[in-house]
Ligand binder design. Structure first.
Ligand code: NAG
Ligand code: NAG
Ligand code: NAG
Length: 527
């Protein structure tokens, strides 16, 4: 497997291409009028999948095929591992999907699509984790001379791959049932983000909305839908909420579709990477980072490494500048880091310089070595508030610094952020929140502010971040995990089942935030 260098090169190009594209698209989405001729150079050719032959979804990893077969035939007796709770109230029915809605239907072993850099097939590599990161070469320009990444468990994971990873985890879920009537919830293995990628920008709204609307019409005509109007259905949409919601009257310019604005999606629980915290209708779950361990020992070893890492930089930043004036906080962060870098206080991975910059920024090794070399990692908003980089920062044990409340893990990841056993309004200190206006208007100096934390305070905060690592990573879905550890998927599925039991009990959870009062309070407190 590891010998397919050309594939990885292609994969790299794919990732790069998708990144550039999404940058352009996001940019365009938020600054609609500016660059309409600039959009999506090759989008027409992105994914052109011919009509499919059969209904099998992803090429299933071997382990998983077995599990699936087993759970399909003898679900009721498939015994959960001794430590897991019983399946009572946790059964999930996984919908069978017609192949026409399978975005990866042609990604079968040997297909030339794997060598087509514009095809999404590469996203299926290693069950969605992407190519494994090979053991570090200390000389490699890629590693900055450090070899922080261990030889196992790290992958070049595409940021949009959660639909695939999650689906693979659902296939192994211990409480699948063949009987919809026995299920607490229905999982819909549709990939709205991959579907949207085919016509993200530069098409009229009919083209952008059509396929997902057709899918929703099909979905709501299924027998499973009728009982609760789809309110017991859940799925993943691996982008931010903004890409799936168009303001009423939004025209043919711009990007994204209105998948989440449809009445059917309004009834389902859809997991995105970022929700609108002011009108909480979706639930956000963490972006996948690069670390996908297969044992608790691997996680503990990484945590020890992150804890022990020498951190010569006070702070660090990885990202790209926006066109001057478009995103003032980004410019400020760049300037501050540039100035501090001359004194050895800030480390930067600059992704601003076209192709070269974006290649740099897709290097997990480079990012991980930067973030493990700094005490604080600056996370100014990008096109939206939540960045994947914030999750990378947690993985590296780097204390995140936010500039908007909507960027905080606490505001976005309400299922994953709280530490089990501690009250939700605990005063754990593990991040810094500066007001972006204060920074921009000179009332707060980033470096000065961060310098105030003593070594002891930093150590305490970092320990909190390191404790969060398991909750923000996705285990390797191909193997049985060795040891006890609850990851982002486990937390999601538990919370989802709790939510679905409430829905089944007749509660009308109107907002997708579980608690209306809390959501209202969040709105009131935000400026
Ligand atoms: C790695 O670097 C060392 C010294 O910096 C050098 O002697 C060695 O030849 C390099 N190895 C490779 C594979 O470039
Ligand atoms: C949208 O674009 C498609 C293909 O480019 C075209 O066939 C269709 O007529 C357009 N629809 C509208 C309403 O403009
Ligand atoms: C959404 O759920 C409500 C309540 O169950 C139901 O009346 C309505 O028809 C559902 N909407 C769709 C589009 O199925």
């Amino acid at each position: 497997m590891e010998a397919h260098c050309p594939k990885y090169l292609l994969y790299g190009l794919l990732v790069l291409g998708s990144w550039l594209l999404s940058c352009l698209l996001h940019f365009q989405y938020f600054h609609l009028s500016l660059y309409s001729s600039f959009a999506a150079p090759r989008h027409h050719t992105l994914v052109v999948l011919p009509v499919a032959l059969d209904a099998s979804f992803l090429p299933a990893p071997t382990v998983e095929t077995e599990t699936r077969r087993q759970s399909a035939s003898v679900v009721a007796s498939s015994s959960p591992s001794p430590s897991s709770p019983s399946c009572e109230g946790r059964y999930v029915y996984m919908l069978d999907m017609p192949s026409r809605f399978d975005m990866l239907r042609d990604c079968v072993a040997g297909s030339p699509l794997f060598d087509d850099i514009w095809s999404w097939c590469a996203i299926t590599v290693n069950a969605g984790l992407g190519p494994k990161i090979s053991p570090g070469d200390a000389n490699s320009s890629d590693g900055g001379g450090t070899d922080i990444i261990p030889s196992t468990g790290w992958y070049s994971t595409d940021q949009y791959s959660l639909e695939v990873i999650f689906h693979n985890w659902m296939r192994r879920y211990e409480c699948l049932t063949d009987d919809p009537a026995a299920a607490t919830a229905v999982y819909v293995p549709y990939y709205p983000a991959l579907e949207l990628h085919q016509h993200l920008c530069g098409f009229n709204t009919t083209v952008r909305d059509g396929p997902s609307e057709a899918f929703l019409r099909w979905l709501s005509s299924q027998p499973t839908w009728a009982a609760l109007g789809g309110r017991d259905h859940f799925m993943v949409a691996a982008k931010t909420t903004w890409m799936f919601r168009r303001e009423p009257g939004g025209g043919d310019e711009g990007c994204g579709n209105n998948f989440l604005g449809q009445p059917e999606s309004g009834n389902m629980t859809v997991l995105t990477y970022e929700s609108n915290i002011w009108a909480p209708r979706d639930i956000a779950v963490p972006y996948p980072s690069y670390f996908h361990p297969s044992s608790a020992g691997e996680v503990a070893a990484w945590q020890a490494r992150a804890r022990a890492a020498p951190r010569p930089f006070l702070f660090a930043f990885a990202g790209a500048r926006r066109i001057k004036g478009q995103l003032a906080i980004r410019d400020r962060v760049f300037d501050v880091c540039d100035a501090a870098a001359r004194r050895g206080r800030c480390g930067m991975v600059d992704c601003s310089h076209g192709l070269e910059g974006s290649i740099t920024c897709r290097s997990p090794r480079k990012l991980a070595s930067l973030f493990t070399s700094a005490r604080f990692c600056l996370q100014p908003r990008g096109d939206s508030f939540m960045r994947r980089s914030s999750i990378d920062s947690v993985m590296a044990g780097c204390i995140p610094v936010f500039f908007h409340r909507a960027s905080t893990l606490r505001a976005q990841y309400r299922w994953h952020e709280p530490e089990p056993g501690r009250s939700s309004d605990d005063d754990r200190q593990y991040y810094v929140l500066m007001n972006s206006d204060d920074v921009l208007e000179g009332r707060v100096d980033i470096e000065e502010e961060l310098s105030r934390y003593t070594d002891e305070e930093v150590a305490v905060m970092r320990e909190e971040v390191i404790k969060m690592i398991p909750r923000f990573l996705y285990k390797d879905p191909r193997v049985r995990f060795q040891g006890e550890m609850r990851d982002a998927f486990d937390i999601t599925i538990d919370e989802m089942m709790a939510r679905m039991r409430r829905i089944k009990n007749g509660e009308n959870l109107v907002w997708k935030g579980d608690d209306t009062d809390e959501a209202a309070e969040v709105t009131a407190n935000d400026s």
